[in-house]
Design a protein around this ligand. Structure first.
Ligand SMILES: Nc1ncnc2c1ncn2[C@@H]1O[C@H](COP(=O)(O)OP(=O)(O)OP(=O)(O)O)[C@@H](O)[C@H]1O
Ligand SMILES: [Mg+2]
Length: 321
C-alpha cells in the first residue's frame, strides 16, 4: 500500500469553537491509483488534501495516522516533511497561487522543480537543459510565450495561467503522489480536456498516483478508477468509479449524479438535493445527511450509520444494513 489513512480526524479552531471537519476516516491508496474525491462545497475535500501534505492552516490539527513509505506523515520531522513535499507528495492547491512562491519568478521555480527531480533520479542538472525542459512544459500546456512567462512573478499571471504553471511544476517534479485540488476550474474546456489527458498519461507512464479533487462527477468519471464521495467530512460511498456512477447506492451519491446536466433528460429541469450543503454548526444527530435525505427513517435520525460493505463497495447508510 502506498498510502494508508487510519482513523483520521481533522479539527479547526475558530472564534466560535473547535470543530471536527473530517471524522474518523480510513482510506487506502495503491500505487498507480487515480482516486477522485467528490462532494459538495465544505465536505472536506481540500482539508483532506492538505492534511496529507501536512499543510493545514495553523488553526487546524489532526489525529490518527497517515502512513507513507512506512512512516506516519503526521509525526515525522518538519525537515523530512519538506523533503517529501518536494519529491514525493505534491499538492496543486485549489488556489494555485498557494503552490507557488510569490517572491521568485516562475522560471526560477520551474527550473528548481526540474532540478529536484533530476537530482532525485541522478540525471544531469545542466542549467540550459533544465530551462529548455521548463519552457517545453509551458508550451505543452498552450502557454506559447514561455520565455515571457518564465520571467514573471506569479501575481503577474492570469488565474488560468497560474493554474497551468502549477501543473507544469507537477510535470517537472513527477511526484509519487499528486494531489490536484480542482486543478482545472479556471481553464477553458479544451485546455481542461488536455490537462485531464496529461494526468492520465502521467499515471500510465510513471504509475503516478493521483488524488483528484473535484465537484464535477463527470470529470471524476472520465479520469479516475476509484471514487470517494464525501459529505460533512465523512466517506458516504467509496469504490470503483464506473460502478458507483452507473449504480449509486447512497442517496447522497444519487443526488450528486442527478444534479449533473444531461442532454438526454427531457424534463428540462435539473434535479437538486434539497437543503444546503452542511455547516458544522448545524449537523443533525445520527446520519449527517438525514435532514436532506428522501429515504430518511427513524433510525437515521438517532444513530450514525457505519461504513458498511455493500456489494462491491462501502456505503454509509442504514438502507443497506
Ligand atoms: N481555516 C479554516 N478554519 C476553520 N474552518 C475551516 C477552515 N478551512 C476550512 N474550514 C471548514 O472545514 C470544512 C471543510 O472545508 P474544505 O475547504 O475542506 O471543503 P471543500 O470540500 O474543499 O469545499 P469546496 O468545494 O468549497 O472547496 C468547511 O466546513 C469549512 O468551513
Ligand atoms: Mg476545496
Amino acid at each position: 500500500m502506498l498510502l494508508t489513512i487510519r482513523n483520521l480526524s481533522v479539527f479547526y479552531n475558530t472564534v466560535v469553537g473547535k470543530f471536527k471537519v473530517i471524522e474518523d476516516m480510513n482510506l487506502d491508496l495503491e500505487e498507480g491509483d487515480i482516486i477522485s474525491l467528490v462532494g459538495e462545497s465544505a465536505s472536506g475535500k481540500s482539508t483532506l488534501g492538505q492534511v496529507l501534505t501536512r499543510m493545514l492552516p495553523g488553526t487546524g490539527s489532526a489525529e490518527g495516522e497517515v502512513i507513507f513509505d512506512g512512516k506516519d506523515v503526521l509525526k515525522i520531522s518538519e525537515n523530512r516533511m519538506t523533503e517529501i513535499r518536494g519529491t514525493s507528495i505534491f499538492m496543486i492547491f485549489q488556489n494555485p497561487l498557494n503552490s507557488l512562491n510569490p517572491v521568485k519568478t516562475v522560471g526560477f521555480q520551474l527550473i528548481e522543480a526540474a532540478r529536484i527531480r533530476r537530482e532525485r533520479d541522478h540525471l544531469s542538472t545542466d542549467e540550459a537543459e533544465m530551462r529548455k525542459e521548463a519552457e517545453e512544459s509551458l508550451i505543452s500546456l498552450r502557454l506559447p510565450d514561455a520565455d515571457s512567462i518564465m520571467r514573471r512573478y506569479p501575481h503577474e499571471l492570469s488565474g488560468g495561467q497560474v493554474q497551468r504553471v502549477v501543473i507544469c511544476m507537477a510535470l517537472l517534479l513527477k511526484p509519487k503522489i499528486l494531489i490536484a485540488d480542482e486543478p482545472t476550474t479556471a481553464l477553458d474546456v479544451t485546455i481542461q480536456a488536455q490537462v485531464i489527458n496529461l494526468l492520465r498519461t502521467l499515471n500510465k507512464e510513471m504509475k503516478m498516483t493521483i488524488i483528484f479533487i473535484t465537484h464535477d462527477i463527470g470529470l471524476a468519471y472520465v479520469l479516475s478508477n476509484n471514487l470517494v464521495v464525501l459529505y460533512s467530512g465523512r466517506i458516504m460511498e467509496s469504490g470503483n468509479t464506473e460502478s458507483i456512477i452507473k449504480k449509486p447506492l447512497h442517496p447522497y451519491t444519487s443526488g450528486l449524479i442527478g444534479s449533473i446536466p444531461n442532454s438526454s433528460k427531457t424534463s428540462g429541469k435539473l434535479f437538486s438535493i434539497k437543503g444546503s450543503p452542511p455547516s458544522y454548526l448545524s449537523l443533525p444527530d445520527g446520519c449527517k445527511f438525514s435532514n436532506r435525505c428522501q429515504f430518511v427513517f427513524e433510525r437515521c435520525m438517532q444513530e450514525e450509520p457505519k461504513l458498511l460493505d455493500v456489494q462491491d463497495r462501502k456505503v454509509k447508510c442504514w438502507l443497506y444494513e
